[in-house]
Design a protein around this ligand. Structure first.
Ligand code: PLP
Length: 389
């Protein structure tokens, strides 16, 4: 696809002409490209019945496109139905029998990450938590918990609850020094800026198509650093984890030498078509452009919040936040509904209103969000005003 200007990119999302859409942290907006691609799948089904070779070819095309987006090779990427399955697959390949059996996690993890590792306690794992300090989770906080008993550190890049962005490069260096695996959950960031998974130095990474990668639900990706792949034998498996799934053998259990060994069943073909179109769109607009747009809009909203005295757990420093800004509300679910009535689609977690920006959002969207928030300002929590007797 040819390069797209930001204006041409935005025009691919019909929803954006009707609504102010600031909920990409939950689901990216639907583009005409993804719509067309998913219909193309239906056409292929309708026209040819069962073109499995072409469909599997689409899975391989998606694997290669995603790999190039994160600076990996295609054979380091598994294409999966959900991030949870990717995390489970790696957990199933680890043992928790030696002295190194600890999983060290920050309190900003998404529930599925915590839950998969908690489930490993049945298999001998121990969990140690890292608590935030002043709303931040710096690598130094991890440093005091990671020790010679630690096997793996699962870490979210951007927290879904407060928008905090962890310094993954430093955390990865710390883990490397201490001989510990780092498992990045990049779901709340992938698609909002360039990424080089090797430069970051992570061992594993999961993310999914449905948020900033602009695809449908039902496609996720697991990156596994090349040197680790052949040492990991998952006990969650299936015929797509084999060297040649189409050998249809029931006597041998061979393992694909690539990250395909972490896959199990029939790929999610309709979603794969949609996910490919989402990635193609992102490549056409460029991740540098997306990153700049997102940084400008998050800064703008936080500057307004600071000026208006609205309480936010999202770090003010741009290097410690991603595309998500959270504002504290007196009744966040009700505020989401009030905003919806004003044409602004956002979401909430706990008492936080979540406003997330993508490359398709504009200053006009930010102005519309601010106008709606000012109209509903009674539902926002304010800083206590100090120094006034
Ligand atoms: C940070 C993060 N990790 C994981 C997930 C869920 O992944 P999945 O449902 O694909 O297992 C989400 C979904 O919102 C998320 O925000």
């Amino acid at each position: 696809m040819a390069t797209l200007t930001p204006t041409a990119f935005r025009a691919r999302f019909p929803l954006l002409a009707r609504r102010t859409y600031v909920n990409s942290c939950s689901q990216g907006a639907l583009s005409t490209d993804v719509d067309g691609a998913m219909r193309a799948f239906l056409d292929s089904w309708n026209d040819e019945g069962s073109p499995w070779e072409a469909w599997i070819g689409e899975v391989e095309r998606l694997r290669a496109t995603f790999a190039s987006l994160i600076g990996a090779d295609a054979d380091e990427v598994a294409v999966l139905p959900s991030a949870s399955i990717g995390i489970n697959s790696i957990a199933s390949a680890l043992t928790f029998e030696s002295a190194r059996r600890r999983v060290v996690m920050g309190r900003f993890e998404f529930p599925t990450m915590a839950q998969v590792w908690l489930a490993q306690c049945e298999r001998g794992a121990e969990i140690a938590w890292v608590d935030p300090v002043d709303g931040m989770l710096p690598p130094e906080s991890y440093a005091s918990v990671i020790d010679e008993r630690t096997l793996i550190v699962p870490a979210t890049h951007v927290c879904f609850r407060n928008g905090h962005k962890t310094d993954i490069a430093s955390l990865a260096a710390l883990c490397r020094d201490r001989g510990v695996y780092l498992f990045l959950d990049d779901y709340q960031r992938t698609g909002t800026g360039p990424m080089d998974v090797r430069a970051l130095g992570v061992d594993f990474m999961v993310t999914g198509a449905l948020k900033y990668l602009l695809g449908p639900s039902g496609v996720a990706f697991l990156y596994v650093r090349r040197e680790l792949i052949e040492h990991l034998v998952p006990t969650m498996t299936g015929w797509f984890g084999r060297v040649n799934p189409f050998a249809f053998s029931i006597d041998d259990l061979d393992w694909s030498p690539s990250a395909r060994r972490f896959e199990s069943g029939t790929p999610m073909i309709p979603n794969v078509y949609g996910a490919q179109a989402g990635l193609d769109l992102l490549r056409a607009v460029g991740l540098d452009t997306v990153e700049q747009t997102v940084a400008d809009l998050t800064s703008g909203l936080l500057a307004w919040a600071e000026n208006a005295g609205v309480v936010t757990p999202t770090p003010a420093d741009g290097s410690h936040r991603g595309p998500l800004v959270v504002l504290r509300s007196t009744d966040a679910p009700a505020l989401v509904e009030k905003l919806r009535a004003r044409g602004v689609i956002a979401s909430c977690r706990d008492d936080g209103l979540r406003v997330s920006f993508h490359g398709y959002n504009t200053q006009a969207d930010l102005d519309a969000v601010i106008a709606a928030l000012e109209a509903e300002s009674a539902m926002l929590q304010r800083q206590a005003v100090l120094g006034r007797g």
